[in-house]
Design a protein around this ligand. Structure first.
Ligand SMILES: [Fe+2]
Length: 325
C-alpha cells in the first residue's frame, strides 16, 4: 500500500470495515515501530508535510486517522504536529463547552468532570486530539461515521428523517452569566460571547444565527432552525450533522447535561422520543472506541464524523484538543 516510507497502516481489533474497503479509523504507526524511539519529532513533522496529500486523501477516505507510536510527549509537541498539517486555526467562538488554553493552538478538550460522558456531536472542519495522560479505564473518545448514522436512521425511522430534512432543528439553551465547570456544556453567556454587555452578546449571538431572550441575568439562547442533515461535498453523501444527542433532554435522554437544553423541530413540534432513543442506540452500535495510549494523536474530519466521550472509570486522563478550519 502506498503509505510512503514513513507511515505504516496498522489494523486494530476495534476498527470497522467500510463498504468501499476503507477502514474506520485509519491507524498509522511509524514504519520502523519496533524501534520507535529512533523516530524523532522533527522526522514526524517532516513526514506530515511531505505526505500531506496522501494523508488528506486517507482522511477523506477513512474519516479519521489515529497516529500511534510517534514521539509526541508534550502539549507543545502536539502543537507542532498540528502546525505541520497547516490547516488554519479555528477559534471556539460561541462555544458552549468550557476549555482552557494550554499552549498556542492547544486547549483542554473539556473541563467538565471526566466521570461525565459527553454525547456524540460535531465541531467544525478538522479536530485534533492528543493523549497526554492515558486513562486507566474508560474515558475513550468514541467516533462514528455520520453517513452511516444517516443511512441507519433513514432505514429505521424514515418519517423522522424526512421531518429533519424538511424542518431542521432548533436548539434552546439557558445559560447563566458565569461558567459552570461541572457541566459538559457549561460556558456562561459572558465567556461564550466574550463580553459582559448584554447588547454585545445579542449582536454576537445574532452573527452565529442565535437569538437571546433574557431571563434576569440568564440568557435563553435559541439557535435555528439549522439543517440536521448535510451533504458531504467530496462524496455527495448525506450525513447526520446536528447536535441532537447533546441537546435532547426528553425521556430517552440519559441526562448527560446539567445545563438546561432542549431541541425541537424547525416548525416548533417536538422530536419523536422513540426515534431519538433508537438513534442513541445506533450511535453505540456503530461507533468505534479505541482505548487511548499516551502519545496518540487523533485527527478527525468533523464533517464526516461525530465524536463523544465515555465516562472516565479510572483516572488519570488528559486529552488535549486543537480545532482547525
Ligand atoms: Fe467535541
Amino acid at each position: 500500500m502506498a503509505t510512503g516510507r514513513f507511515f505504516r497502516e496498522v489494523e486494530l481489533p476495534q476498527q470497522k470495515a467500510q463498504e468501499d474497503g476503507a477502514v474506520f479509523p485509519a491507524v498509522l504507526y511509524p514504519n520502523h515501530s519496533a524501534d520507535s524511539t529512533a523516530v524523532e519529532l522533527c522526522d514526524f513533522k517532516e513526514a506530515i508535510r511531505a505526505h500531506k496529500p496522501w494523508l488528506n486523501s486517507l482522511l477523506q477516505k477513512s474519516g479519521a486517522i489515529l497516529f500511534r507510536g510517534f514521539p509526541v510527549t508534550s502539549p507543545s509537541d502536539f502543537n507542532d504536529v498540528v502546525q505541520a498539517f497547516g490547516y488554519p486555526e479555528d477559534f471556539y467562538a460561541g462555544a458552549r463547552v468550557f476549555r482552557v488554553k494550554v499552549v498556542d493552538r492547544v486547549y483542554t478538550s473539556n473541563e467538565a468532570p471526566p466521570e461525565k460522558g459527553i454525547p456524540f456531536h460535531h465541531e467544525m472542519a478538522y479536530l485534533f486530539f492528543f493523549c497526554e495522560e492515558e486513562p486507566q479505564a474508560g474515558g475513550e473518545t468514541p467516533i462514528v461515521l455520520s453517513h452511516i448514522i444517516y443511512e441507519k436512521m433513514k432505514e429505521r425511522h424514515p418519517e423522522f428523517v424526512a421531518q429533519l430534512e424538511e424542518q431542521g432543528l432548533t436548539y434552546t439553551k439557558v445559560t447563566n452569566e458565569e461558567d459552570d465547570p461541572s457541566s459538559i456544556i457549561g460556558n456562561g453567556w459572558k465567556s461564550t460571547y466574550n463580553t459582559d454587555d448584554k447588547n454585545v452578546a445579542e449582536e454576537r449571538a445574532a452573527k452565529l444565527g442565535a437569538k437571546i431572550e433574557w431571563i434576569g441575568n440568564c440568557a435563553k439562547v435559541k439557535t435555528g432552525p439549522l439543517p440536521a442533515v448535510r451533504i458531504e461535498k467530496e462524496s455527495g453523501r448525506k450525513t447526520w450533522f446536528n447536535s441532537l444527542a447533546v441537546s435532547y433532554s426528553g425521556p430517552a435522554s440519559k441526562k448527560f447535561c446539567s445545563g438546561d437544553t432542549s431541541v425541537e423541530l424547525g416548525n416548533g413540534e417536538p422530536v419523536a422520543d422513540h426515534a431519538v432513543e433508537d438513534y442513541l442506540k445506533i450511535l453505540e452500535e456503530e461507533c468505534v472506541a479505541i482505548p487511548w495510549k499516551k502519545g496518540d494523536v487523533l485527527l478527525i474530519n468533523n464533517l464526516m464524523v461525530l465524536h463523544g466521550r465515555r465516562p472516565l472509570l479510572k483516572p488519570p486522563r488528559r486529552i488535549l484538543a486543537s480545532l482547525c478550519k
